[in-house]
Design a protein around this ligand. Structure first.
Ligand code: IPE
Ligand code: IPE
Ligand code: MG
Length: 250
């Protein structure tokens, strides 16, 4: 449900300027949210799942074309086994609960990352929701799972090397487009806005290539408390930025 405050912000950002086509979010702070409530960390992740639902709806209402959510990094595999398995179960539960509604809302869901590391049931759920929603065009939801940007770039380099070795590409043809087209995000525009929640001021191996000229927004709010209102505040802030891309303004 859109609260009056969020509805006001939405009306404001619609007249204020262009909505970012691609919004990326590093969803951080679930563990601290749980600790503040003396709850086990997995309950923080459960709280985070509710925030995903609200932010997806808010992004659709605002007219965002691509929403990229960093849900689980390659480095996160090194967390305690209990937390990793709780996160995998939550991923399955999220898909189970939300797939039909995402489909009805016209969302195309894509899971990006080294998916072969997922448990077989989680992988099956991931493949099911991607197939079910593949035809949708209202908004694209990229969920980054088992993702690391350096691994993604390394994979692109390997694919290029294979093409060169096989004679399909010459070294002189290796340009920026050759790299971009071999990333998981090949068919998406670069993010216009990258939000990180919980106050941390780092990229944590997310979309290193793609954020070259992305506007950054750090929110102090912990991810489970993040919602439409916070999303719209970030977009309004973005609309006040002067994106120069290295040039001198006309
Ligand atoms: C983000 O919350 C979710 C994942 C990285 C999976 P965290 O679990 O990192 O929460 P904090 O940073 O410990 O508060
Ligand atoms: C980044 O959060 C990864 C995700 C949000 C999925 P982390 O909590 O893992 O990052 P660090 O360890 O604080 O850099
Ligand atoms: Mg964290």
């Amino acid at each position: 449900m859109t609260s009056p405050a969020a509805a006001d912000l939405l009306a404001k950002l619609r007249v204020h300027g262009a909505v970012p086509r691609h919004v990326a979010i590093i969803m951080d702070g679930n563990g601290r949210w749980a600790r503040e409530r003396m709850l086990p960390r997995p309950l923080g992740h459960r709280g985070g799942m509710k925030a995903v639902r609200e932010v997806v709806e808010g992004a659709i209402e605002a007219g965002v074309e691509v929403l990229s959510l960093f849900a689980f990094s390659q480095e996160n595999w090194q967390r305690p086994a209990g937390e990793v398995s709780a996160l995998m179960s939550l991923l399955e539960e999220y898909i189970q609960k939300e797939a039909d509604e995402l489909d009805e809302q016209g969302v195309q869901v894509r899971m990006l990352g080294e998916l072969d590391r997922l448990t077989p049931p989680a992988l099956k759920a991931v493949e099911r929701v991607m197939a079910q929603t593949a035809h949708n065009t209202k908004m694209r939801l990229n969920l980054f799972i088992s993702y690391g940007s350096r691994a993604e770039l390394t994979r692109a380099a390997r694919l290029i090397a294979e093409d060169v070795a096989a004679g399909r590409l010459t070294p002189g043809q290796v340009d920026e487009a050759a790299i971009t087209s071999r990333l998981f995000t090949a068919d998406c525009p670069d993010p216009d806005l990258l939000i990180r929640t919980s106050g941390e001021q780092r990229i944590s191996n997310f979309l290193l290539w793609q954020v070259a000229y992305t506007e950054l927004f750090i929110s102090a709010v912990l991810w489970p408390d993040f919602g439409r209102r916070e999303l719209y505040e970030a977009i309004l802030d973005y609309q006040n930025r002067d994106r120069r891309f290295g040039r001198v303004p006309a």
